[in-house]
Design a binder for this molecule. Sequence first.
Ligand SMILES: NC(=O)C1=CN([C@@H]2O[C@H](COP(=O)(O)OP(=O)(O)OC[C@H]3O[C@@H](n4cnc5c(N)ncnc54)[C@H](OP(=O)(O)O)[C@@H]3O)[C@@H](O)[C@H]2O)C=CC1
Ligand SMILES: [Mg+2]
Length: 316
Amino acid sequence: MDSGLYLLFHRLAPFVQRHNSGYRATWLPAAEALRVLDVGGQPPERLHDAVLLDCTPDLTPRFALDTASCANKGALEAALDGSFMKMRSAFFLLSGKDAHMLSKGQALLRWHGDHRFSGRSGRLSLRDASGSKRTCPDTGHVQYPQMAPVVIVLVVDGDRCLLARKDIHPPGMYSTIAGFCDIGENVDMAVRREVAEEVGVTVSSLNFVFSQHWPFPSSSMMLACHAVAEEGHTEQISVDTTELEDARWFSRDEVHSAFSRPVPPEALSGWAVSSPEESSQAAPGDVPFWVPPKWTVAHWLIREWIQVPKLGLMSR
Ligand SMILES: NC(=O)C1=CN([C@@H]2O[C@H](COP(=O)(O)OP(=O)(O)OC[C@H]3O[C@@H](n4cnc5c(N)ncnc54)[C@H](OP(=O)(O)O)[C@@H]3O)[C@@H](O)[C@H]2O)C=CC1
Ligand SMILES: [Mg+2]
């Protein structure tokens, strides 16, 4: 591990640097990661807490390392000329490639932090060198990092689609309906239940289209579908306000316009410095409607419907 490239985190907040007009994730060489540990008063052995993410085509290993043991986050940021940003904020400000690797790194680091003790014996479990699993020293029981399956669906009704927002979303952003699969459900059952629960709409047909790893709330496998609302059941949306702030039908023209304009700057103002809850000031009504960033599965679903109008009408 004394070679390779490192993505740094601090209490699961990824390190990012300003780049052009936005931000980028930074891969640090091992020597630089060791310097950071030194600034934080930590011994070089801490480098071995890193988890392996992948190898580049020239076989350089790449790791994620959490510097939580370095109490003085400000000193690390000063030494590195960047900042540790909340993951939710980083997700709206980074490119898709960066967001994917940070997402993977954070998910693995979080999993180790949350699974330090064996569920069989209660003893501290031991991680393997790469960080791909943990083993109970008493029972030999092996635990592997896990993802929770989540369905995400674009429901369409002819020339309009159903989008929703939560209060944690940046102002003006509407996304597709999503929800965790219950034990025993398949994708089809979970989609029908979630759409019925959250907006009171019945789905007549659906197609699974693609998937994406997602780091929130801990680590999810997003299973993306297009679905068609059942005829005669589309006028009355009943929004589950415990889950959603709003949901409504958007015309194809409205969605087209949202795609053709950049994310309103006021929607993300303040997101770079702290949590969205603390920093998003604008009220939802003040900001024009926009769709999730272009590398999210919600964005792909909406874009595909815009580009292939008949898509939502195909049945399985
Ligand atoms: N990549 C993308 O494009 C998009 C991703 N998403 C993601 O989809 C995920 C799910 O959407 P969401 O609407 O929140 O899900 P749900 O509609 O299932 O609602 C969340 C609630 O489900 C309960 N729940 C059930 N199982 C779990 C579990 N394994 N982990 C956490 N909570 C669980 C919790 O309720 P309780 O607290 O009562 O126990 C939680 O508050 C979110 O992480 C969201 O970020 C959403 C839209 C777009
Ligand atoms: Mg939901």
